[in-house]
Design a protein around this ligand. Structure first.
Ligand code: ADP
Ligand code: MG
Length: 237
């Protein structure tokens, strides 16, 4: 069998006395949409940050397409095809939508061609018409799309989405879910952190559960919804 697209082995991350990730092992195959759930503080954002090289792991290994990328700088990991959106990091409010998305494209190319590609990314997420709007003036669903476009601009193979649907209502969430499905059709592999269980359950092929930095379950949505440790740790019953 081919090696998985993203392979994580024994990944640990310690912040001083706090063990934020403990021996996390999983693999994601090409074309999968995988959900990552767990209570607040479980380590979901830390896992994403460690995967993309913003944190240096205390132990463990990250491989992309069989290539070891552990400990490489974030722009090198991005150039290898792994990118994440940022939870609670605002866009540059004074800059245009296009300028915000352009930042991602500069990983790969010079400004002139990056501009064209940034427009392509806005087109892909359905908001090329607001390219010149000030990012500070956007609605929540528009902001979510800009975040996805900005990440797409690094030409990822694996896209890590950290709570991009946080402030959205049900109808707006459904639109982002349909966007995620379209991205997968175009060959992208996606890992989603999201609190809205309905959204996660409806779009994911497989779900990982993180609790106190440990992966406690991995399986299809129907299996995860019934998993006793998940019900106890995550649903709080
Ligand atoms: P989640 O995204 O699942 O809510 P986080 O990954 O943000 O959880 O946080 C996991 C734990 O690591 C929390 O206890 C948090 O306070 C801690 N943590 C996260 N980032 C840092 C950091 N840069 N320095 C120290 N502790 C951190
Ligand atoms: Mg988080």
């Amino acid at each position: 069998m081919n090696s998985p697209l993203l392979s994580v082995e024994g990944l640990s991350k310690r912040f001083g006395g706090l063990q934020a990730l403990s021996d996390v092992t999983f693999a994601v195959n090409t074309g999968e949409i995988v959900g990552l759930i767990g209570p607040n503080g479980a380590g979901k954002s830390t896992l994403f940050s460690t995967l993309v090289g913003l944190h240096r792991p205390s132990a463990g290994k990250v491989a992309l397409n069989g290539r070891d990328v552990t400990g490489l700088r974030p722009h090198v990991i991005a150039a290898n095809g792994l990118t994440k959106t940022f939870q609670n990091v605002s866009l540059f409010a004074g800059s245009s939508v296009l300028e915000n998305v352009l930042i991602g494209g500069l990983v790969h190319s010079r400004v002139a061609s990056a501009r064209g590609f940034a427009m392509d990314c806005l087109e892909r997420v359905g908001i090329s018409d607001i390219a010149q709007r000030s990012a500070g003036s956007l609605s929540f669903p528009e902001r979510a799309r800009v975040e996805v476009a900005r990440a797409l601009c690094t030409r990822p193979k694996v896209l890590l989405l950290d709570e991009v649907m946080a402030a959205l209502n049900t109808a707006e969430m459904d639109e982002i879910i349909s966007l995620i499905r379209d991205l997968r059709k175009d060959g992208l592999t996606v890992v989603i952190v999201e609190h809205h269980m309905r959204a996660i359950m409806s779009v994911c092929d497989r779900i990982f559960v993180l609790n106190f930095g440990q992966l406690i379950a991995d399986g299809p949505p129907a299996h995860i919804a019934r998993h006793p440790e998940v019900v106890k740790a995550y649903l709080g019953r």
